[in-house]
Design a protein around this ligand. Structure first.
Ligand code: NAP
Length: 236
């Protein structure tokens, strides 16, 4: 009797996403490693194969056709999705302070981090609804917190706005699904050494992945409609 949880991690080929895939494999899930470039995705899946059942799934947040094909493949192969882990994201070059951020860069951040994640969520939600107790985790950021942004000089308007919008998706989707067993939460990694910041971050990717993994595996009495980091709840 096959009872492994089925998980999909977007942007799973490197950085925090790769470590989320590893963590979910170690937790016994069968994991679809989403990546927009086949060569990178296949390589990452091959590297992680010793850890468990992992397979590459081509998935580009910017392509509706790619999302539809990926969802159709998952429907065919598994028939449902237990864990949707929305990890893929960018820090667009040219982003910055409100007075100088390139409007194009702000648009790029919103396009990928918010609208792209919304499109993924809409494409896979029908499969999550078919799971016994679905979990949706949006990888956000402390920079997406309006409260923390009012207390810090982060100066990355597009990135912060995109993660604040992503948090709004978490809140509204959790509310929409409140009468189901599905839980929707935002995970906020700390400053993590990845390509996103030229490896300037101070946490390891494994540390950056920890809260998303925890939220993906929440028990039935866990929260929904929250944002948290590895050290606990964050303010919106
Ligand atoms: P990363 O190493 O640059 O990884 C980003 C991942 O997203 C890559 O797999 C990338 O694919 C993928 N991606 C970007 N655009 C995509 C698209 N249109 N379609 C599909 N995949 C796409 O950065 P990371 O730090 O691990 O970031 C992972 C998540 O953590 C992001 O949402 C980020 O905002 C968030 N986060 C990071 C930090 C930090 O300090 N690093 C802190 C808080 C939150 P390619 O390899 O093809 O580019």
């Amino acid at each position: 009797m096959e009872n492994k949880k089925i998980a999909l991690v977007t942007g799973g080929n490197k950085g925090i996403g790769l470590e989320i895939v590893r963590g979910l494999l170690r937790a016994g899930c069968r994991v679809y490693l989403g990546a927009r470039e086949a060569a990178k995705g296949q390589q990452a899946a091959a590297d992680l194969a010793p850890e468990g059942e992992v397979q590459f799934l081509e998935l580009d947040l910017a392509s509706q056709a790619s999302l539809a094909a990926a969802a159709a493949q998952l429907q065919r192969e598994e028939g449902h999705l237990d864990i949707l882990l929305n990890n893929a994201g960018i820090n667009a070059a040219g982003d910055g302070l409100p007075s100088t951020a390139a409007v194009r860069s702000v648009e790029e951040a919103l396009q990928t981090n918010f609208l792209g994640t919304l499109a993924v969520t809409q494409a896979f939600l029908p499969l999550v609804r078919l799971a016994a107790a679905g979990r949706i985790v949006n990888v956000s950021s402390p920079l997406g917190s309006l409260t923390l942004s009012s207390q810090n000089d982060w100066g990355l308007l597009g990135y912060s706005a995109s993660k604040a919008a992503l948090n709004m998706l978490t809140i509204q989707l959790a509310h929409e699904l409140r009468d189901t067993a599905i839980k929707v939460n935002s995970a906020a990694p700390g400053y993590t050494a990845t390509d996103l910041n030229g490896f300037a971050g101070t946490d390891t990717p494994a540390q950056g992945a920890a809260e998303a993994i925890r939220l993906a595996l929440l028990p039935a009495d866990g929260p929904t409609g929250t944002t948290s980091s590895a050290t606990g709840p964050l303010p919106w």
